[in-house]
Each structure stands twice: as C-alpha cells, then as structure tokens.
Design a protein around this ligand. Structure first.
Ligand code: 6PG
Length: 468
C-alpha cells in the first residue's frame, strides 16, 4: 500500500523526522530538491529502508502518496516555504494537507492559512522543538490549525513526539499561527535560559576565576536540584569537554560571538507589539547582539579598561548563584506565560496554557523539571501571573536575596548580567505599589498637555504649568 505521509526537505531536521515517522510504523514518501541528498538519506536509513519511498520529482512524490495526503514541509523558514507550497499545490487534491514543520513566523503561517483556504487545500503550522536528537527520537510538537486537521494527524504526531511519563508532548494550541507562535515564545525563553546560564558561567569564570572543569561540577550539581533541565545538563557537558586539537577546555577555544536565526528576536518584537513586558527575553536578545560586536568590545576593553575585580566567596557562592538562577528562571517564565496569555486573548486562540507547559516538559530544548510545577500552577489559574502562584511565590521569596546579591556582586566586579538584572528589576517593579510613573505623566502633561489621572477625586487633569 502507498504511504499516507510524505516529507519534503531532507536536511538534518527533515531526515531525522522522516526516520522517526518510519520507525513508528508509518510508510513515508520523501523528496529533496537535490536528489543526491535523497540517495544518501536512503543509503543511510538501515533497517527503516522498507518504510521509505524515495522520489526524484515533486510529481512522483505526490503520486507516491495515498490521498488524502499528509505532506510535511521541513524546508528553511521564509520564502522557500512559499515557493515549495506554490510548486506543490497544483499537484494536490482538495482534501490533502500541507504541514509546515519549520520555524515559520506565525504571521507567515496566518497568511498561508488564508492562501490555503482560497486554493482549497488543508494546512497546519506546527512548531517542532528538540534539535536533531529530538526530531529523531521524540520532539515536542506545538500544533496550529483546524481541530479536524489536527485530529487527522494526531495519532502519528503523538507517536513520534517525546513522552513525559506516558503523556505525548504534542498538542493542539489553537487556530492558524498559534502553534508557531507558541514555538516562537519557546525560543524566546530558550534564549533567556541560555543567557542566564551563560551569566552564571561568567561569574564563575571571570569573578571567581574558576576553570571550566569547576564550572562543569557546579552545573552537574545544579542539574540534580530545582534547576534540573536539559540546558543545565548540556552546559555541564560542554564545560567538561576537552578540545581534541589543542587539549584545552573546549569552552576556552570557542569564539564569544553568539549566532541567532531570529526567533528570539521575534519574541521580543511581538511582546512589544502586545505591550507585554518580557525584559529577561529582551535582555537575552540584546546580549546576543552585543556579543556579535566583538571588534567594538575589544576596542572598548582597550579604551576604558576592564573594571574586573575578582570576587571571593564572601561576595558569591555557587549556592547563591543557583538560587539566583532559580529566581531568574521563574521570572523569565512568568513573563513568557504572561505574553502567551495576552496573545491568546489578542488573537482569540484560547491557548491551552497549562498544556503548553506540559508539552514543554519533554523533548524540547527548554525541557525542565520546573515545567511540571508550572503546568499545575497554570491549571489552577492560567491568567494569574506565575509569581503569585504556589509554589513559585514561596520560591521567589526564598531566592530573591540571592538574586539581588548576585546582581550586586556581578555589578561590583564589572561582570554584565543583563538577563538576571532585568529579571530583578521587573520583580522589584512588580512589588512596587507606587512607581515613579507619576513623573512621566507630569512630564507628558507639561510638554504635550496629555493630561493625567489623579490619586484623589479632584477633577483637575492638568498641572499648573499649563498656565505658565
Ligand atoms: C528548538 C530550537 C531550534 C532553533 C535553534 C537555533 O526548539 O529545537 O529552538 O528550533 O532553531 O535552537 O536557534 P538560534 O539559531 O536562533 O539560536
């Protein structure tokens, strides 16, 4: 019999996903623009060879699949997706389903849904997280589109997804671009998690003068506590690794310029569009941008000198840093979920808030133990900011002084900790009943007669300066 599924784009992620689908007992047709890539993929497919149908043209590919077809696109996000859809559509039947599994911008996904409606084919936009390993053995999957289309593919997506205990980490998030939106916020949080770990590393390395091996030990230790997560685990592993070329610590030979494909930046931009503050994520995006400016930084180090003052265990201990990072993580996720809640209302998606946390418990890059507690907290109240929910409220109370001490010590030593500091400032603002925004209002009224509200009942929305 013919396969029901097909996959276009046999790059790292596409190849891994195709093998995952095949391994779960599904035949799958594959196609890649360059046939050589398809040949190599087939040659390396081993025992799964019989499940794969290799095709050398788009026409053969479509013909090889049983209608109604389910065609997964795993091509680079952007115009290539549109070009691929355009080439595919004339070959499809009305009930066929195109599934974009790349890191598309949700607005592109929304547009593609409209185009699909006009051209009469079905469409799903799904966010897939977990890198190559995840795609091959169980990614976390965030689905956007019509309920009926999700149901048509749910058994296979659940089968290939990561499992938390027995629960598949694949869920329908909502209509249209909801899946890709949730994946985008996942990536924004991913940037922030990574940045905060990097900031802890900086305090160890530049403040306490620790070696990479010592840092590895701290991360390994942290991975057994409240910070237990994939990113802390791999941070321990990369800290422990030795460069086979020079014999030095691997970290010590890697250039300090972070790359980015843009999804973290999208999160910061979209948060601004909604008027939701996500300063930890914004700081993480800015830190990547700053890291890229290496020449300027080197110039700065020469011109201004480094303020670096060594720290001692009187200033900071690994236990304090662990608590600081725990607080930072809670604050970052509180912001991320607040953004998702706002987006859910703005786009009328009814995002399943606690299930988003559940889908992220396994398979994806930000998977962590803490997400289980977040799911429970969101179950109780999905619109209340996480910092007010148990157990996070108490955890913050417990970790707050360590976060403050860490930001203080790092600042004293001249070590930038932008994400942790942004988290702390956000938290301090969230507990400030009276902010200085009355000054902003007065200034606005002074130069533009914008008016203000008063604390009392007096009906006088302008200051005396209007008459001056
Ligand atoms: C995932 C990741 C992945 C992302 C990479 C690189 O969830 O598997 O988020 O989708 O593309 O992490 O992203 P940057 O190049 O922007 O760091």
């Amino acid at each position: 019999h013919k396969p029901e599924y097909g996959l276009i784009g046999l790059g790292t992620m596409g190849a891994a996903l195709a093998l995952n689908i095949a391994e779960k007992g599904n035949k799958i047709a594959v196609y890649n623009r360059t046939t050589k890539v398809t040949d190599e993929f087939i040659a390396a497919s081993g025992a799964l060879r019989d499940q794969l149908v290799a095709t050398a043209s788009l026409k053969d590919f479509v013909a090889a699949i049983q209608a109604p077809r389910k065609i997964i696109l795993m091509v680079p996000a952007g115009p290539i997706v549109d070009a691929q859809i355009e080439a595919l559509v004339p070959l499809l039947d009305a009930d066929d389903l195109i599934i974009d599994a790349g890191n598309a911008h949700y607005a592109d996904t929304n547009r593609r849904f409209k185009e699909a409606e006009t051209a009469a084919y079905n469409f799903l936009g799904i966010g897939v997280s977990g890198g190559e390993e995840g795609a091959r053995h169980g990614p976390s999957i965030m689905v956007g589109g019509a309920q009926s289309d999700w149901e048509a593919v749910a058994p296979v997506l659940r089968a290939i997804s990561a499992k938390y205990e027995d629960t598949p980490c694949a869920e329908h998030m909502g209509a249209g671009g909801a899946g890709h939106y949730v994946k985008m916020v996942h990536n924004g949080i991913e940037y922030a998690d990574m940045q905060m770990i990097a900031e802890a590393y900086a305090v160890f390395r530049d403040g306490l003068g620790w070696t990479s091996t010592q840092v590895a030990e701290a991360f390994e230790q942290w991975n057994t506590g409240p910070l237990a997560s994939y990113l802390v685990e791999i941070s321990g592993k990369v800290s422990r690794a030795t460069d086979p070329v020079t014999g030095k610590a691997m970290l010590d030979v890697i250039l300090d310029q972070a790359g980015q494909k843009g999804t973290g930046r999208w999160t910061a931009i979209e948060a601004q569009m909604l008027g939701v503050p996500v300063p930890v994520i914004e700081a993480a995006v800015a830190a990547r941008n700053l890291s890229a400016k290496r020449d300027t930084r080197i110039q700065g180090a020469e011109r201004f000198g480094s303020p670096l003052q060594p720290l001692t265990s009187d200033d900071i201990t690994p236990e304090m840093l662990e608590k600081a990072l725990t607080a930072g993580k809670i604050l970052c996720y509180a912001q991320g979920f607040e953004m998702l809640d706002a987006a859910s209302r703005h786009f009328e998606w009814s995002l399943p808030m606690s299930n988003i946390a559940r889908v992220w418990r396994e398979g994806c890059i930000i998977r962590s133990d803490m997400l289980g507690d977040m799911a429970e907290a969101l179950d109780k109240s999905s619109s209340q900011n996480l910092i007010f929910s148990a157990p996070f409220c108490d955890m913050l109370m417990d970790c707050e002084s360590a976060l403050r001490a860490t930001v203080l010590a790092a600042t004293k030593a001249g070590i930038p900790v932008p994400a942790l500091a942004a988290g702390l400032s956000w938290f301090d603002t969230m507990r400030t009943a009276r902010t200085p925004a009355n000054m902003i209002q007065a200034q606005r009224d002074f130069f533009g007669a914008h008016g203000f509200k008063r604390l009392d009942d007096v009906d006088a929305p302008h200051g005396p300066w209007a008459a001056q």
